[in-house]
Structures are given as C-alpha cells and as structure tokens.
Design a protein around this ligand. Structure first.
Ligand code: GDP
Length: 295
C-alpha cells in the first residue's frame, strides 16, 4: 500500500543524511521531494505546496531536540503535518441523544458502499452494543437490495426495503420501522451510480432532507485516485458530509485520497475498509496512518 508515496517521501529524508542541522537552504531539496511525492500520489498541487510550506515552518521553527539530526527533525515535521492534515483529532460517528442514530451512506457505484453498510452495522453492534437496522435504498442497482439482504442475513442484522416507492420514502419508512422495532441505529444505503449526475445528487440530497441524518458519510474507493477526489467534491457540494470511509485500503492505493479528503470535504476519515469481508473495517487513526504512509 502507498508504495510510491512512501518510497518518495522517505527518499526525501535522504537529503539530510550526515547533516546536523536543517537550514533554510538545505531544507529546500527535501521539500521539493515531498511536493513531488504528493503530486505523484494524486494530491492536488495547491495542497502539496501548502503542505510543504507547513513542513518547512514546523521543521525550522521547532526547537532542536538533543541528539536529533537534520533528517530526524525533517521526518518528525512531515509526520506531524500529516497528522494535522488528516486529523488531528480522531473523529467518531455522532450518536443521537434521543431516538435512533441515522447514518446516511453515499458514494459512487462500486466504491464499496453496500459492503461498508454491513461492515459498519456489525462494528456498531459488536463494539458499541448497538442494535442497527440496514435500509436498502439503492434501487438503481437491482442487485444492491439483494446484496444488502444477503449481507444482513449473514451477520444477523435486519434489512428494511419496500418496493414501488421512491428511495426517500423507503428511507423515511425505514427510520419509522427502526423506531417501531427498537433499533437504535439506522444505516441508509443510498443509490450509487457510475458517474456523478444531477438526478443522483438530487435524490441523495432529498433523502438527507427528509431523514435529517446525524451522520452523512461518503464512501470513497481509495484506489480511484483523482476520481475519488472529484466524487468527493461533487458530494460535498450537495451534502453536509460529516465523515468519510475510505475503502480498498488493502489494494495498492497511491495514498493521495487519504491525504486530501479531509481538506476537500471538511469531513474527517472515520474508517478504513481493508478487505471484502464484513470484519474488514478499521477505525481511522491519523497518527497510525501517518506512520503507515511514512513506512
Ligand atoms: P457499491 O456499489 O458502492 O455498493 O459497492 P459494493 O459494496 O457492491 O462493493 C463493490 C466491490 O468492492 C465488491 O466486490 C466488494 O466486495 C468490494 N469491496 C468493498 N470494500 C472493499 C475493501 O475495503 N477492500 C476490497 N478489496 N474490496 C472491497
């Protein structure tokens, strides 16, 4: 994972080998390599430039620790700025004080949304003692409703669906059914489509309007690089995103999405999808991710 980003970033540390102190001059080579590493991992050039500036300010501004050479000082600054960019606080889902917690899940088709709905339901039950209900409102992809039913059955979580009504109505009725059945979390699996289109955006915005979810979570495929970033921008324009789940982190993602998503959406990454199985969901910890990126 992140081979290119990791390799290039760690490559940038080599410029300081044998140097005792970081200076305005010798830091430039390292910063150039950091910018290049981010660009190659699909990070927008403006963000890459700003990031390098912040690394510079931090690295030159920090008090030099005893026994720490220029290279360590630089690595430390890159790590700290990565944490700042992706965190700095590790976020969690917001839980409703009264009534069921509603979680709207959005994303492009194939991002892993339906699978992630099931993963999240299982996680909330097992780690937080919740009683979730899944709502199948992805009626555009005929197999999606069946897929959610199969997943729900496998993990013992109820799945609500109703034929012949629009997705916003399915979601409203799903929330009502959850209340009636004593479920305290409702996860809405909304429609995904292959490309961003206005009808999709109108529909998901309407679902948000009628259900007032406590969490509006975007599911993004980490493997899709620049497309992931474009889709995040489009959803961010229409929803009040409160969190992101980055899937397929077990593949050879270039890392740019993980680094850029919070900056683009204003919403923190909550979880990482790390495989096709229902247990392959890890809470996102910025410090750990920075460590993974830096290898
Ligand atoms: P949706 O169209 O967004 O609902 O996507 P699906 O949930 O149907 O997932 C699309 C494909 O991605 C399926 O084959 C999933 O098994 C797979 N998938 C989902 N999440 C992950 C993940 O974290 N890692 C891997 N390797 N595959 C995933």
């Amino acid at each position: 994972m992140f081979e290119t980003l990791t390799e290039r970033l760690t490559g940038s540390f080599g410029f300081f080998k044998g140097k005792k102190e970081l200076t305005e001059t010798n830091i430039e080579e390292g910063l150039k390599a950091v910018r290049q590493a981010l660009l190659e991992a699909d990070v927008h050039f403006k963000l890459a430039k700003e990031f390098a500036e912040r690394v510079k300010d931090r690295a030159l501004g920090e008090k030099r620790l005893q026994g720490v050479d220029a290279s360590d000082q630089f690595v430390h600054a890159v790590h700290a700025e990565l944490v700042e960019l992706m965190g700095p606080e590790d976020a969690t889902l917001e839980m409703a004080k009264v009534g069921p917690t509603i979680i709207l899940m959005a994303g492009l088709q194939g991002a892993g949304k339906t699978t992630t709905c099931a993963k999240l339901a299982k996680h909330l039950r097992e780690r937080h003692g919740k009683r979730p209900m899944l709502v199948a409102a992805d009626v555009k992809r005929p197999a999606a409703v069946e897929q959610l039913r199969v997943l729900g059955k496998a993990i013992g979580i109820p799945v609500f669906h109703e034929e012949g009504v629009t997705p916003p109505v399915v979601c409203e009725r799903g929330v009502a059914a959850a209340k009636a059945q004593g479920c305290d979390v409702v996860i809405l699996d909304t429609a995904g489509r292959l490309h961003i289109d206005d009808a999709l955006m109108d529909e998901v915005a309407e679902i948000a309007r009628v259900t007032s979810p406590h969490n509006q979570v975007l599911v993004v495929d980490a493997m899709t690089g620049q497309d992931a970033i474009e889709s995040a921008k489009a959803f961010h324009a229409r929803l009040t995103l409160t969190g992101v789940i980055l899937t397929k982190m077990d593949g050879d993602a270039r890392g740019g999405a993980a680094v850029s998503l919070k900056e683009i959406t204003g919403a923190p990454i909550l979880f990482l999808g790390a495989g096709e199985k229902v247990d392959d969901l890890d809470p996102f910890i910025a410090d750990r991710m920075a460590g993974r990126i830096l290898g």
